[in-house]
Ligand binder design. Structure first.
Ligand code: GZL
Length: 331
């Protein structure tokens, strides 16, 4: 009798402990070891770049809300823009034996070793937002995100159209995103390819503003001091463009008129500046990757084949289109 009661007590204790461990998935505390926390929930380890821009904030919100919606236990880690923090977060996820790992790689290179450790631990990895330059495509199951070369091309093609019939030279300054990141590399590449169509268009200065508003302002200040006759600013994201607008106005020039401005993202602050005429054209880059990511997580956890590349849908905005779109923007 005692034994039976004792067994029952021990059993109920074990169930209670594993259930509790599974209920801890609020995105902060360590996992429970078995991956699903014993409560049948999928545990997803996610390493985010940081909180450098309005786009990143919206992307984090999309991932956290979608995980909750999907009943997925999210272990969320903010790398504060440092690759070494992302690598250690991924190693922690492997130790915790999460079911799936997803991350937005802050830069393209230096991932093969840690991705191999995840593969050896039989934990599938999904890339979101940004790509890696690993030659071994077996190191991750899928990459969900935008085509940044295409985004750069859209920006350049708009400028080529706008510049038709104008006398040259048309001097362009460029605020690049985070050095070594896929969006910075590819947005610069696509833009350069597109403006090659018009020999009057010349990028006279190009420097990183690290996707940050404050850095965009300080770099634009140096551009304005060192470069006479700037006609166009191409910023790899809205936040750097908004910082540059502060510098342009402080220099007594009119953004959107004295200096035409093209940015990428289409977050609310950028769209507001576009509607106000301070930016001339924005190429959208959607941060709302959460729902599709959770779908891929569930499928890969169930052993289903998933597409190796999921391209996000996005468009472009003129000033008039921004006025129409602003009231219903989600971010
Ligand atoms: C693009 C994303 C970029 C955004 C920036 O997918 O990686 O990083 O364009 C963000 O705003 O900081």
């Amino acid at each position: 009798m005692v034994r039976r009661n004792l067994t029952a007590a021990v059993l109920s204790g074990v169930l209670a402990v594993s259930a509790l461990a599974g209920c801890g998935g609020n995105g902060d505390d360590a996992g429970s070891g078995s991956g699903d926390g014993g409560d049948g929930k999928i545990t997803l380890g996610f390493s985010q770049v940081g909180a450098e821009s309005g786009w990143r904030t919206a992307n984090t919100k999309s991932i956290q809300e979608s995980a909750k919606e999907a009943g997925i236990d999210l272990q969320f880690s903010d790398a504060q823009g440092k690759q070494e923090n992302q690598i250690s977060a991924i190693r922690n996820f492997i130790t915790q034996k999460v079911d799936v790992i997803a991350f937005s790689p802050v830069v393209t290179s230096g991932w093969d070793a840690v991705l191999k450790e995840a593969k050896d631990a039989d934990i599938p990895v999904i890339l979101t937002d940004r790509a890696v330059d690993s030659q071994d495509k077996s190191l991750y199951k899928s990459f969900i995100g935008s085509d940044f070369v295409e985004e750069g091309k859209k920006a350049g093609q708009w400028l080529v159209e706008q510049s038709k019939g104008k006398p040259g030279p048309i001097n362009i300054v460029e605020l690049q995103g985070t050095t070594g990141s896929a969006p910075a590399i590819d947005r610069q590449k696509g833009f350069a390819e597109a403006i090659a169509a018009d020999p009057n268009l010349k990028v006279v200065k190009s420097q990183t503003g690290d996707f940050k508003r404050a850095d965009g302002k300080t770099v634009m200040e140096t551009f304005l001091q060192s470069t006479p006759d700037i006609d166009v600013l191409y910023a790899h994201n809205d936040d750097m463009g908004l910082g540059a607008i502060e510098a342009i106005e402080a220099a007594g020039k009119v953004p959107g008129k004295d200096i035409q401005i093209i940015t990428v993202d289409a977050v609310k602050d950028g769209m507001t500046a576009l509607a106000d005429g301070k930016i001339n054209f924005i190429v959208e880059c959607s941060p709302l990757l959460g729902p599709q990511l959770m779908d891929l997580v569930k499928k890969t956890n169930a052993g289903e084949e998933i597409p190796t590349r999921v391209l996000t849908e996005e468009t472009t905005f003129t000033q008039e289109q921004a006025k129409e779109a602003l009231p219903t923007r989600q971010y």
